[in-house]
Design a protein around this ligand. Structure first.
Ligand code: NAD
Ligand code: UD1
Length: 341
């Protein structure tokens, strides 16, 4: 298939481009580079030996999208483009609502005009309410989000669902990611966060690399086996392969379909620290700190629907995630950039 990939220079988008190209699909990427570098696509080209046309464009820019759609005949789009920092979304809600909602609506309007009515969307486990029991199935309650970022994902899901309900030609795949970590095993591609990372794995790798003094473990008094928070970490290459499987399913099923992309296994913060120490062979300095506001004790997926209907299942384990994250960080201490950050 010929795939229009928004946000394709970013962390998950770039890894998905590799898997799409290796599965024989072709991709065209548009990204405004607000949180990424075009160098990621050069690495995709290096790994796959295939060209990746790139457009430096904002997905809210209808004229720019029309110019791209004039040049290609797409079968579907994967919509990764979006702002994703939870804390920033609390400080700048309008920027988040404007960016994430407008880009989704403009993209769907342009696609609809052209009769390209197949879309996969990067949703998140953050759309699930906090009062659910674990594991989370696709039927678990949603809503009650604790921050504007979460609401944008919830609202985009609704926008897509309503559109597919009104026009039966649409196929919409709402993919709810759990906690993506890891990097391409080649060491050529990985996560390249700007500034001080908020998420656990990039903070761990930067601490191991000596860029941060120590890791703060946010709370050790949760009702979990070791008292620290438990999450469903999924290797980004497994996640990327999930998109290839979901695209196939979309081609054969109209309407709206929701899938969890997780492993079904929860690991604690200290499990992550110890697995990382094992992968790098050196101790990781950490201190117990107060709980982070808004955090919950345990989140993990029931991925059985994805396994049954998509024929997809995460294959890589915690050791792979830690080894590949470290391989990327140690070979690219400044990510895709040249300068020290
Ligand atoms: P990322 O920031 O690396 O990638 C997102 C890309 O979108 C960036 O390259 C950014 O420059 C681009 N972008 C943002 N707004 C844009 C706009 N208006 N026009 C064009 N490009 C724009 O993030 P990621 O981790 O690769 O996440 C990809 C998607 O998955 C996002 O929608 C994110 O919310 C979602 N998601 C991520 C996670 C995670 O933990 N990484 C979890 C759940 C869902
Ligand atoms: C974060 C986002 C969530 C998003 C998810 C998947 C927040 C509040 N939530 O959730 O919206 O869907 O990522 O990408 O950012 N931790 C530490 N020390 C750190 C960083 C994290 O102990 O320096 C702990 C956290 O308390 C948590 C675990 O590590 O228990 C994972 O944290 P993080 O990587 O931020 O992911 P989530 O909290 O699951």
């Amino acid at each position: 298939m010929n795939v229009f990939v928004t946000g394709g220079t970013g962390y998950i988008g770039s890894h998905t481009c590799v898997e799409l190209l290796e599965a024989g699909h072709s991709v065209v990427v548009a990204d405004n580079l607000v949180n990424s570098s075009p160098e990621s696509l050069r690495r995709v080209e290096k790994l796959t030996g295939k060209a990746v046309p790139f457009y430096n464009a904002d997905i809210r820019d209808r004229d720019a999208l029309n110019r791209i759609f004039d040049q290609y005949s797409f079968d579907c789009a994967i919509h990764f483009a979006g702002l994703k920092a939870v804390g920033e979304s609390v400080e700048q809600p309008l920027r988040y609502y404007r960016n994430n909602l407008d880009s989704t609506m403009t993209l769907m309007e342009v696609m609809g005009d052209r009769g390209v009515k197949n879309i996969l969307f990067s949703s998140s486990a953050t759309v699930y309410s906090q009062d659910n029991t674990m594991p989370l199935t696709e039927e678990s309650r949603t809503g009650g989000c604790t921050n504007p970022y979460g609401w944008t994902k919830f609202m985009c899901e609704e926008i897509m669902r309503s559109t597919a309900k009104a026009d039966g030609e649409w196929s919409v795949m709402l993919l709810r990611y759990f906690n993506p970590v890891g990097a391409h095993p080649s060491g050529l591609m990985g996560e390249d966060p700007r500034g001080i990372p908020n998420n656990l794995m990039p903070f761990i790798t930067q601490t191991a690399a000596g860029r941060r003094d120590h890791l703060n473990v946010f709370g050790n008094d949760y009702p979990t086996p070791d008292g620290t928070g438990v999450r469903d970490y999924i290797h980004v290459v497994d996640l990327a392969k999930g998109h290839v499987a979901a695209m196939q399913y979309m081609a054969e099923h109209r309407g709206t379909h929701v899938f969890n992309l997780g492993t079904g296994t929860g690991y604690s913060v200290l499990d992550m620290v110890h697995a990382f120490e094992k992968a790098t062979g050196k101790p990781l300095p950490y201190k117990i700190a107060p709980r982070r506001p808004g955090d919950v004790a345990v989140v993990y997926a029931d991925p059985s629907k994805s396994e049954k209907l998509l024929g997809w299942k995460a294959e890589l384990d915690l050791e792979d995630m830690c080894r590949d994250s470290w391989n990327w960080q140690s070979h690219n201490p400044n990510g895709y950039g040249e300068e020290e950050k």
